[in-house]
Every structure is written in C-alpha cells, then in structure tokens.
Design a protein around this ligand. Structure first.
Ligand code: SF4
Length: 503
C-alpha cells in the first residue's frame, strides 16, 4: 500500500477576479482520481489548494503526510484549468519542487501539463500524464506498489501516453487522444473535502451554498477555438439514474442549496434528461441546478424535461450576434436559434445566461454591434464576456500562433488581454464588455425601476456606446489578422453527435 497525496494547483487566492466572484467549487476531477486510488487499496490524502492561502500552506502539509507519491491532478472540469493561467503553473512548479525535496515521486496531469510537459518536468515532475491519463496512472501506481524502489526508467518502461525527462530532454510517448476512461466512475471522494469551508465562503458572499457535479465528460462539437487536450472530441455520459443518485446523496449529506453541473454539454438528449428527472422525483433528490448547453440542443422537449428535473439556469455559448463570426468559429448555430432557445427556456422558468466572446479573428465593429443587438433582442438574464484566447491544439491557435509573443497565457482570469493581432486593442474590448454588462443590468431593471428612470439609464448607456464607437479608430490595430475562411466542415452534424454519444 502506498501513501499517496492527491492535489491540484488552482489557488483561488492567486486569481483576484475569481476571489472577488467568490464562487469556489471543490476540484471534482481531483477527487474522482482520489476515489479511484483509494479503491486500488492505497492510503490517500488530499491537499485541496482551492481555499488554501498559498503554496506555503501546501509545503507545510508535506511533513505530516510524508507521501510516497504526489499526484498533482488538475480539475479538468474547472474551465480555468483549460486557460493554463501563469500563476497556477508557477504554483504547480513550486509544489512539484517541494514534493520532490521531501523524497516523493511526482506525477502531474492537466491541460497545461499535456500541452507543455517540459515546464513541469523541468520543475522536477517524474512523469507527466498526457490527456486524462488514467490508464497510465493506474499502471504506474501498480508498478510502484509492487517495487517501491524501482528506478524511473524501469518505472515508466513501456507506459504510453506520458512525458518524461530523458537525458535532460523531455520525451513524450504519445498514445493519441483517448476516450474518457471508464475506471473513473462512482462517487468522487467527497469525504476528503472540507465542505464547511466552502459552505462558509458561499454563505458569506452569496447567502446560499452551491456544490458541483458532472453527468458527462467531453464534447463532440468542434468549435475552432475550443481546446480539448483531455478528451478530444469524445463524449461519455453517465447513466441518468446514477447521476440522480449522486445528486440525492449530495442533497441529503451536505444540504447544498444549488448544484452547478460542470459538463461542457449537459444531458444532450431530452430522453436522458427525462429519465434523470423521473429518478430525482422518485428519490426526492432534486436540488435547483445550473447547466451549460447549446442553443441547438435546447428544444421544446429538452426545456420541458429540464424544468421537470429542477433546472434553474442554463448557460449557452452564444459567443456572438454576428452570423459570419459564428461561421468563422465553426460554432454550428444560427443567431436566430440563440434567441429561440432563450425564449423557450425562459418560458419554462429557466434563467438563461449567454457566454459572449469578443475579438475573434476578422470580427469588425459591425459584428460587435450585432452582438449588442443580440443582447437587446434576446435579453438574457446574465452574460459572461471574454476575449478570444488562442490555446494550443485548436484551429484558431494555428491561425495566429506566429503572432504570439512572450505572453501566451493570461496571468489570471481577469487579464482579458488580446494575445494576437486582433481588430482592436484590449482596452476597446474591455470597454465593450463593460457596456454589454451594463446593458443587461438596465434590461433586468425593467420591472423594478420607473419608466422614466429606465429611459434615462438607456439614454446614458446609448451615449456611452456612441462615445466608444467614436473612439474606435484610436483602438484599431493597423496590422490586424484578416478574417479566416468559413469552415463549416468542422461542424459535426447533430445526427452524428446523437449517434456518437451512445457508444
Ligand atoms: S460546444 Fe463548442 S465551445 Fe462548447 S465545449 Fe463543445 S466544442 Fe467547446
């Protein structure tokens, strides 16, 4: 039996925007791995960095655990790990060095490590898992359990889907992107989480407590900018009854007021969501929940099934109000569908949020104004705004990689800096973001404010839009990257997606 410390490197304290937002979730993928290692018979401890003060707190944990192995396994369900933020990579590297200094073997896994294993190997990691890496992890742990003194060469011999240092150089033994591993099943190790710390922060900041779950791993769509170093275009959905049983367990054990489903695409088919709803009703297990989905999946049967299951809020990756930008992104949706989906879900009592992306290749002022129009017409309950962020492995990244300078990642999630030669500078997009947020605020105040005060607010907002639009030439990049060719062939036809998910 090995002493294994499982951890990750996302420190809320190192991300000012998220700290301010104050909505921390336990690291789901990390505690799924902890549960798997425990089922294999090992003594597993968790160091959860989410609410820790900093790397020093991690270092202080090491003498009491004295792990044989540290598995630094990022929470692949936390979208911030996809962004590979600089501050978290620095934290991971310091944690690796500290664990190695205490004599532990170190295995690392996550989006950033899959893209840039050399950075983590240079910090002292023995092995980087490429992608989800569960098969390789299980193999490595079994070997070490059998031969605790095995040298690194013997330990990793014949294992695929990993990266190691070989003669001072990183060497990756590729396996190709693998489907989500079926060994990662069952309840995550919820007992290792200090639930009360999470509850305290949520209650203090928001007056309620939210926990997270997942019903699937992966997404079969192929939006040009969406990085998928972990599951590629695979999609594996859990059994509806099993997901309902987990929600019921969380409800009766930890009493959350709300559940956030971290899936890229929740449910996918209305018949699955209907089964989920029926099981929840049988078990009295329903907790109001939030999902992420797509406009084209938000059909009438889906909206009805979501309502029955207790869905309170759905976030849609709307991205843009300009059809040509959606086509450049290979988003596979129509602007009209975005509005339809918003109305349909709203009619079933489900709040709707739109994720908006500014600054995609080729996007012009007219496209940005089309997005303003979309927000005015669809009137979502909330929006989240970001700028296009080229991540390795995406078609978008390939189109702009020669323009990336020293800055290839945001330092933290509030950075919102342009990293390629877009149409406008970062300040212009930050201005657009602020006005879009304000527009939603004014739209949402429709019922509360008097007609006069709302009229005044709208007039003030229009004036600010006019001022920003008038300044656009000052922010325009003379050397902007031209628009790409539309790439509809990257859109997966929905009927193929429906077939693929059943495998
Ligand atoms: S729908 Fe597009 S953006 Fe959303 S997870 Fe899938 S590929 Fe990524």
């Amino acid at each position: 039996m090995l002493k294994i410390q499982v951890t990750h490197s996302y420190f809320l304290a190192y991300d000012p925007k998220q700290w301010e937002r104050g909505k921390p979730y336990p690291p789901l993928a990390t505690i799924q791995v902890a549960a798997l290692l425990r089922r294999m018979g090992h003594a597993v401890a968790l160091f959860d960095t989410m609410l820790a003060d900093g790397v020093e707190a991690y270092e202080r944990s090491l003498p009491s655990v004295e792990p044989d192995v540290v598995v630094l396994y990022e929470d692949n369900f936390n979208f911030l790990t996809k962004m590979c933020l600089d501050r978290m990579r620095e934290a991971a590297c310091r944690m690796i060095a500290s664990a190695r200094a205490r004599g532990a073997r170190v295995i690392v896994a996550g989006s950033d490590a899959s893209d840039h294993p050399e950075a983590f190997l240079a910090a002292g990691a023995d092995v980087v898992l490429i992608g989800e890496g569960i098969a390789a992890l299980v193999q490595l742990i079994q070997r070490l359990d059998h031969s605790p003194a095995i040298d690194t060469q013997g330990w990793v011999a014949g294992v695929s889907g990993i990266s190691i240092l070989d003669g001072g150089e990183s060497r990756t033994i590729r396996l190709g992107i693998q489907p989500p591993d079926a060994q990662l099943a069952g309840l995550p190790a919820w007992d290792l989480i200090d639930i009360e710390r999470y509850r305290a922060m949520w209650r203090e900041r928001h007056g309620y407590f939210s926990l997270n779950m997942t019903a699937s791993r992966g997404c079969p769509f192929r939006c040009n900018w969406c990085a998928k170093p972990i599951w590629g275009n695979h999609y594996l959905r859990r059994d509806a009854g099993e997901v309902a049983a987990e929600m019921s367990y969380l409800k009766h054990t930890f009493r959350p007021d709300h559940i956030w489903f971290a899936d890229d695409i929740f449910g996918f088919r209305s018949d699955w969501v209907s089964q989920f709803a029926e099981r929840l009703l049988e078990d009295d297990g329903s907790v109001p929940f939030t999902i992420q989905t797509r406009a084209d999946l938000s059909t009438e049967p889906m909206a009805a099934a979501l309502e029955r299951a207790g869905c309170a809020e759905a976030w849609i990756g709307a991205e843009s109000g300009s059809q040509r930008v959606l086509d450049w992104m290979a988003k596979g949706t129509r602007v009209t569908k975005l509005i339809d989906a918003r109305l349909r879900l709203g009619a079933h009592g489900i709040r709707v949020g739109f994720f908006i992306q500014l600054g995609y290749l080729g996007e012009q002022l007219s496209d940005l104004l089309a997005t303003r129009e979309l927000i005015a017409l669809a009137a979502p309950d909330d929006i989240g705004v970001s700028v296009s962020y080229p991540l390795p492995g995406t078609r978008f990244y390939e189109q702009v990689k020669t323009q990336l300078g020293d800055k290839t990642h945001w330092r933290d999630s509030g950075d919102l800096a342009m990293m390629f030669r877009g149409t406008y500078d970062s300040a212009f997009y930050r201005g657009i973001r602020d006005l879009l947020h304000e527009q939603v605020t004014v739209q949402q105040s429709r019922d509360s404010g008097s007609p006069e005060s709302r009229k005044r607010a709208l007039a003030a907002l229009d004036a600010r839009w006019d001022a920003l639009i008038a300044s656009e030439r000052l922010h325009r990049n003379p050397d902007a990257t031209p628009a790409p060719e539309p790439s509809r062939n990257h859109v997966v036809p929905l009927r193929r997606v429906a077939a693929a998910q059943n495998h």
